[in-house]
Design a protein around this ligand. Structure first.
Ligand SMILES: [Mn+2]
Length: 317
């Protein structure tokens, strides 16, 4: 189905609250080189432009910080991902912060407008805030709301400016497709740190979350079976893997917002490999590795790299 993989590096960190996620993709490549891996010499590697210089100025947008730059990143992602698909390659994204993943979803939908897309969001966080509900204005907490075309107005706490609204609406409506996905086609894994506004929308939309305890009790393989069953009506599946889904005691704190009691790396790997075996997965994205915050040198990137290696072997076999 795919001739090869293209690694798309997207070192954007304009939507995170801490600094350093832009180094994540390069920390992962460094981990590969330390292991004398030839993975990144075997398939094409493309690096996207970023808008990270926005971080050197004050953002005008309190509740949608750097949303002007994020809109640019969404458009860049579309350009690159559409080119990767037109070459019959599988886009494997190594990104900075998670905020741009709404743009990845948008790009996939734009490349396959007639296909139904399922999303497996493996993350400690729900990432389902909007400018109307965010406590921080950091847009890495909002990518799923751009994909779901959701403002969560019943939980509104912020007065959003007209400029912020315009940019937010542009993110949600990019490519003229809104929403990009349905809530029933979204599955959370390992989400364990949410705010009450997020809990309310997750409940209202009925989004399934496989908590860490459920993964452990049922086994990761059983969770794969259930997710594929739930997404049976989807033609394509996108996997968004935030490394903070994993347990920081087992990995490290080399990520922007670590949360205790996460998945073991083996569980994350088993789930993603199992999903890939279905041949429905059309894109995988790794996000939020932050080597600046890593108390074990580059451990988070090394753990992530070992998973990337196994997933690539599954995709190309
Ligand atoms: Mn996330």
């Amino acid at each position: 189905m795919y001739k090869d993989i293209t690694f798309l590096l997207n070192p954007s960190e304009i939507t995170a609250g801490t600094r350093g996620a832009s180094l994540g993709p390069f920390a992962l490549i460094t981990a590969a080189r330390k292991n004398r891996s030839t993975l990144f010499g075997t398939s094409p590697v493309v690096c996207m432009d970023d808008c990270n210089s926005l971080l050197d100025k004050e953002t005008e947008f309190k509740f949608a910080k750097n949303s002007d730059g994020l809109l640019t990143i969404f458009k860049e992602l579309d350009k690159h991902i559409s080119e990767i698909y037109s070459n019959c390659h599988f886009p494997f994204l190594l990104s900075g912060d998670h905020g741009s993943a709404g743009g990845t979803i948008a790009a996939i939908r734009n490349a396959f407008p007639a296909k139904r897309l399922g999303v497996v969001w493996i993350d400690a966080h729900g990432d389902i805030h909007s400018p109307y509900t965010t406590p921080s204005g950091n847009m890495h907490g909002m990518p799923l709301s751009t994909a779901l075309n959701e403002d969560n107005i019943p939980c509104k706490v912020n007065e959003v400016s007209s400029e912020e609204k315009m940019l937010w609406d542009a993110l949600k409506n990019i490519h003229g497709i809104a929403p990009k996905i349905s809530p029933e086609d979204l599955v959370f894994v390992s989400v364990r740190d949410t705010e009450e506004q997020e809990d309310a929308i997750i409940q209202r939309l009925g989004i399934k979350n496989y908590e860490v305890s459920e993964v452990r009790n049922k086994t990761a393989n059983q969770v794969v079976v259930e997710i594929l069953q739930k997404l049976e009506g989807c033609d394509l599946i996108y996997i968004s893997f935030d490394v903070d889904s994993m347990d920081p005691q087992v990995t490290s704190h080399g990520t922007g917002t670590p949360v205790e009691n996460g998945l073991f790396p083996e569980e994350a790997e088993t789930i993603m490999k199992g999903l890939l075996e279905s041949n429905k997965v059309c894109c995988v994205e790794f996000v939020e590795i932050n080597p600046c915050l890593d108390e074990k040198k580059n451990e988070m990137a090394e753990v992530a790299f070992s998973i990337v290696e196994k997933l690539v072997a599954t995709i190309t076999k």
